[in-house]
Design a protein around this ligand. Structure first.
Ligand SMILES: Cc1cc2nc3c(=O)[nH]c(=O)nc-3n(C[C@H](O)[C@H](O)[C@H](O)COP(=O)(O)OP(=O)(O)OC[C@H]3O[C@@H](n4cnc5c(N)ncnc54)[C@H](O)[C@@H]3O)c2cc1C
Length: 489
């Protein structure tokens, strides 16, 4: 894998740049495109990993360190899964997972290991703030200095389900069932249910209700009535039960060199690992207890003693399992989770300095902020399918409601919701799904092992969660392989 250490970039089929009247260009330049290995079909691998996102890369590196013979099969023409850094117009644009933090233990270890650095997205804490209120009919210009005390108070009220800021319900966010019985009660609740419970506190401040709606639906990217409240409490606990810390941990610092540099560094650190790109798999066959046969879309068969499946939860139902998985497992796979919404970046004709904007449902953009120092790049988010980011005029219209005078040079993004290998953005469970689905999703059916950021414990739905899940599954696979070798002696 050493040959991949170079910084070469190529075009992936993922992503697009829309230049308005000058047309739309499909595919983006990224260092995440890397050569495939030449794989000998008859090789019997110790582990076949499906998916080269951060879960798969972590698992591959750790298994290779234990001298396991590993094959990664990836549907896309690049590594990194729901993350990739595109290099365009002399800028680095993060198309998916972006922000990291030193309190995300797994990702910070990797940043340290590979000597990477972080840079601040200043816009997310910008003082200049635009709020689009009253169903998008009233634009209010204010400052974060004015808003923050009220936002913190509202977030405290919202999260204070037990009089101690949710600490009894989510005492240890890396242990989702740490407070077992209480979790059962609150898991049924949607984020909207909780907002309704405290709605009287907004009687004299309707604007604050709308801002809370925008902020909360920015997090789940789904209608609040369909977003589980427990996932909010998990974020809250991971954010040290405090609003500003939660901001900092989820959306303030990104890797200077780009997230794809981290993915590439992990891949380059693998030894005895083969990587097959542009190879979607369609079925997984456990012909006998000791062997797994993977069938690809173009009919190739690969055999391993075990397989680790890192396919995102929302597209896992596309894979055929022979014999079928346990009934309960297949049921929860079919249920999926919230699908998330959109993320895009726009390059402006003129700089606007540091700026941030919020707009609650049903506005197509829920939150947007400048990303670079001068304020020539805006990152925007929309919930569900309210915004078609490939439609230049729709993005322009929605952004102009928050910033009437700006002119857009181009839009750059990737439509994760329509992506057949993702089916959404980041993980957020629906009401009831933590208690009824999470443990089943985490359960392995050896020699099949399951891992994903979507089923991690701590920073589930984040890059850190992917790394956690990749590390955890390696422990389980190793135990299985070691036990199996002892039996076969
Ligand atoms: C828009 C967006 C913004 C985000 N922002 C952040 C953020 O700021 N910070 C953060 O920490 N996290 C963020 N996330 C979440 C984070 O990126 C993901 O949780 C994480 O990268 C998922 O890693 P994974 O390896 O579990 O899954 P994935 O990255 O999805 O990897 C799974 C891999 O499986 C492959 N695959 C799927 N089907 C098949 C098949 N049939 N055959 C072969 N391969 C297949 C996929 O192509 C993919 O490469 C964001 C995600 C998105 C989409």
């Amino acid at each position: 894998m050493e040959t991949r250490l170079n910084k070469l970039t190529s075009r992936t089929q993922d992503g697009f740049v829309h230049h308005g009247n000058n047309g739309l260009e499909n595919g983006l330049i990224t260092s995440a495109v890397t050569p495939s290995s030449l794989v000998t079909v008859n090789t019997n691998f110790d582990v076949i990993i499906i998916g080269a996102g951060f879960t798969g890369l972590m698992a591959a590196r750790e298994l290779s360190r234990r001298n396991r013979k590993v094959l990664i099969i990836e549907a896309r023409d690049r590594i990194g899964g729901r993350t990739f850094t595109s290099e365009f117009d002399n800028q680095k644009y993060e198309m998916g997972g972006t922000w990291v933090h030193w309190s995300q233990p797994h990702v910070w270890t990797e940043i340290t290991r590979y000597g990477l650095s972080i840079v601040e997205t200043q816009g997310v804490t910008a003082d200049r703030l635009s709020l689009l209120l009253d169903n998008g009919s009233r634009l209010k210009i204010t400052s974060m200095t004015n808003l923050l005390p009220q936002l913190c108070e509202s977030m405290n009220n919202y999260s204070n389900i037990d009089g101690v800021q949710g600490r009894t319900v989510m005492p240890l966010p890396h242990e989702p069932f740490g407070a077992n019985e209480v979790i059962q009660t609150y898991d049924k609740m949607s984020m909207q249910d909780r907002l309704d419970q405290i709605s009287t506190i907004f009687n004299n401040n309707k604007d604050m209700y709308e801002i809370m709606d925008a902020y909360l639906s920015m997090n789940s990217q789904c209608k609040l009535s369909e977003s589980g409240f427990i996932d909010h409490l998990r974020w809250w606990a991971l954010g040290d039960y405090e609003t500003c810390r939660l901001f900092d941990k989820t959306s303030r610092y990104k890797i200077t060199e780009g997230i794809s540099t981290l993915a590439k560094a992990m891949l380059n650190d693998c030894h005895n690992v083969q990587l097959l790109l542009s190879t979607p798999i369609i079925s997984i066959n456990r012909t006998n207890d000791n062997n797994v046969t993977i069938c690809t879309q173009n009919g190739q068969l690969f055999t391993g003693r075990t397989t680790i499946i890192t396919i995102p939860l929302n597209t896992l139902h596309n894979i055929e399992f022979l014999p079928p998985l346990k009934l309960e497992k297949q049921r929860v796979i079919n249920e999926q989770q919230c699908r998330g919404g959109s993320k895009f970046a726009v390059k402006l004709e003129e700089p606007i300095g540091n700026w941030c904007g919020y707009a609650p449902y049903p506005n197509p953009i829920t939150m947007a902020f400048t990303d670079d120092k001068e304020g020539t790049i805006i990152i925007g988010f929309g919930m569900e399918d309210l915004l078609d980011i490939r439609d230049f005029d729709a993005v322009k219209l929605a952004l102009n409601k928050l910033l009437p005078d700006i002119k857009i040079k181009y839009i750059i993004g990737h439509d994760w919701r329509s992506d057949p290998y993702t089916g959404g953005t980041w993980g957020w469970y629906r009401p009831g799904q933590i208690t009824s689905n999470l443990l089943t999703l985490q359960e392995h059916e050896p020699p099949l092992f399951f891992a994903s950021s979507d089923t991690a414990n701590g920073w589930r739905g984040f890059i850190d969660g992917a790394l956690e899940s990749g590390l955890t599954v390696v422990r389980h696979v190793e135990q299985y392989l070691n036990k199996e070798s002892t039996i076969n002696i």
